[in-house]
Design a protein around this ligand. Structure first.
Ligand code: LLP
Length: 425
C-alpha cells in the first residue's frame, strides 16, 4: 500500500497503524485494505481517461475481486460504477447505496431470480451472455412488459497471455457470443429487433492478469466491425477489466495509462473510420483497483527443512484464505515484520495449515531467520483472496480492516467464530 512505512526496528506500519498491534488486537490471519491506495488507483484511471478520451467514460469496480457491505459503502462514495455477478453482490451493492443506474450484471448462467431482480430494479445493463440467455431474458422481460437495457457479451475467439483458468477470450470459452460462429452477429440482430430490449452496448472481457494492451485494441476493432455489419451504433462500449498487477519481481510492470490510452485511441479510430459517435467507455477493473491496497498478515508456526534442504515455513492460514497459488500457481512475495533490515536471507517455502500438499502460498521467497509467532506479511493481497476464501477444514474466514491515515481503522468483516452457531454447528 501507498501508506506503508518501515520503522527503524524493521517493523511495518500502514496508514499509521502498526501491523503488530493490529494482529494482536484482531488476531491472524488478518486482511487489511488501505483506503488511500484505493482512492489513488481510482483517481489514476479517471485521470488517464481525462487525458486520452474526449468522450464519456465510467470506471466500474468488478466486485468479485472483493466485496462486503461495508467495503461497498466505502467505494460507493468514490463515484464509480459496479459490476456484479450474483444476487448477493447485487443486494449488497443496493444496500450499500449504489444506485441501480450504476450497476451492471454479468454471468454466463444467471438464475431466473437474478434476471428478474435485475429487471425489476432497472439496473444500468443486464449483460446477456449467450443466445439461450437472450431468449430466456426476453421471455421474462415480456412477462413484465418491460423494455430492458442490455449489453451483449462478445467473445473475440483470440488468445491472450495469462493463466488458462482466467482467460475468457478464446474460442473454447464458456463466456459470450462467439464472433467466429456468427453467433455474435445473430445476437445483435435479434436484440435490435426485440421490443423488450434496448441494446445500449457491447461488452467483452478478455481475461484477467493481462499486461499487454494489444488484444484490447484488436477486440475493439472486432466489436466495431461487428456493429457496423449489423448497422448498429453502440452508445456504450465495455472492453471489460483484466489489467494486470505485478505480485512479484517475476511479473511485468504495466502502467494502466497504456491500457486506457490503447482502449481510447482504438475506440476513437474505429468511430472515425465507421463514422459513428464516440460511445461511453466502461472499463471494469477488479484486481487493478484493489490488489495492491490489500495486505494479509499471518503468524508463523512450525518450521522445518526437507531432506533436500528446502526450508519450509508454515503459517496459520493458507489455501482457505488464499487459494490463488493452488489454483493458478500465482506468485507472491513476503516479508517478516521486524526483520526486514536483516541481511542474511534463505530460500523458503511458505505453506499453510491445511490438509493437502497443494496448500502452498509461496513456492520460493528469500527470508531471514524467523521464529514462531513472528508475523509474515504478504502484500498485494487485496484481490480474489477473501472473495474466494473457503472454510476448508472448517477454518474460520479472517477479519478484514479498512485503514484510514493517522492510525484510524474500521472492521469491515468479522473473523468467523467456530464457538458461535453457524452453518457447520
Ligand atoms: N469483468 C468481467 C466480466 C469479469 O469476469 C472480470 C473478472 C472482471 C471484469 C475483472 O477482472 P480483473 O480486472 O479483476 O482482472 N480468480 C481469478 C480472477 C478471475 C477473474 C474473473 N473475472 C484470480 O484470482 O486471478
Amino acid at each position: 500500500p501507498l501508506s506503508t512505512e518501515l520503522r527503524p526496528d524493521g517493523s511495518i506500519t500502514i496508514a499509521g497503524s502498526s501491523l503488530k498491534k493490529l494482529a494482536k488486537d484482531f488476531g491472524s490471519p488478518l486482511y487489511l485494505y488501505d483506503s488511500e491506495t484505493i482512492r489513488a488507483n481510482i483517481q489514476k484511471l479517471k485521470n488517464a481517461f481525462s487525458t486520452f478520451y474526449p468522450g464519456n467514460f465510467a470506471i466500474a469496480y468488478a466486485s468479485k475481486a472483493y466485496l462486503s457491505r461495508k467495503f461497498a459503502e466505502k467505494i460507493a462514495k468514490q463515484d464509480i460504477e459496479l459490476d456484479v455477478v450474483s444476487m448477493a453482490e447485487l443486494l449488497i451493492a443496493l444496500k450499500a447505496g449504489f444506485s441501480p443506474k450504476q450497476i451492471h450484471f454479468h454471468g454466463n448462467n444467471k438464475t431466473t431470480e437474478e434476471i428478474q431482480k435485475a429487471i425489476d430494479c432497472n439496473i444500468h445493463a443486464l449483460v446477456i451472455d449467450n443466445m439461450d440467455e437472450l431468449l430466456y431474458a426476453e421471455k421474462i422481460a415480456a412477462s413484465k412488459n418491460k423494455c430492458v437495457k442490455i449489453w451483449l457479451r462478445i467473445t473475440p475467439d483470440i488468445h491472450v497471455k495469462t493463466h488458462p483458468h482466467i482467460e475468457t477470450s478464446a474460442a473454447e470459452s464458456k463466456f459470450g457470443f462467439h464472433v467466429t460462429t456468427g453467433e455474435a452477429k445473430a445476437g445483435i440482430q435479434y436484440a435490435l429487433k426485440s421490443h423488450f430490449f434496448e441494446l445500449t452496448g457491447l461488452h467483452c472481457h478478455l481475461g484477467s492478469q493481462i499486461f499487454d494492451p494489444l488484444p484490447y485494441r484488436i477486440t475493439i476493432q472486432m466489436l466495431y466491425d461487428l456493429a457496423s455489419e449489423c448497422g448498429y451504433v453502440p452508445s456504450e462500449l465495455s472492453p471489460g477489466g483484466g489489467w494486470g498487477v505485478p505480485y512479484s519481481t517475476e511479473d511485468p510492470v504495466a502502467d494502466p495509462n497504456d491500457w486506457i490510452e490503447h482502449i481510447s485511441s482504438a475506440v476513437i479510430e474505429q468511430c472515425r473510420q465507421k463514422q459513428m459517435p464516440l460511445p461511453k467507455i466502461v472499463i471494469e477493473p477488479g484486481r487493478w483497483l484493489v490488489a495492491k491496497a490489500g495486505v494479509s498478515i499471518y503468524q508463523i508456526g512450525s518450521q522445518k527443512s526437507t531432506p533436500n534442504g528446502l526450508r519450509i515455513i508454515a503459517i496459520n492460514g493458507g489455501m482457505s484464505d488464499n487459494p490463488r497459488n493452488a489454483l493458478y500457481q500465482a506468485k507472491y512475495t513476503a516479508v517478516i515484520n521486524g526483520k526486514i533490515a536483516s541481511n542474511e536471507v534463505f530460500p523458503s517455502r511458505i505453506v499453510g495449515k491445511f490438509c493437502e500438499s497443494g496448500d502452498t502460498l509461496i513456492d520460493q521467497v528469500y527470508l531471514p531467520e524467523a521464529e514462531r509467532d513472528d508475523l509474515l506479511i504478504i502484500p498485494v493481497s487485496g484481490a480474489y483472496q477473501l472473495s474466494m476464501a473457503s472454510n476448508y477444514n472448517l477454518a474460520p474466514r479472517p477479519a478484514v480492516l479498512w485503514l484510514e491515515s493517522g492510525g484510524i481503522y474500521e472492521l469491515l468483516q468479522y473473523r468467523e467464530n467456530p464457538e458461535e452457531s453457524s452453518w457447520w454447528a
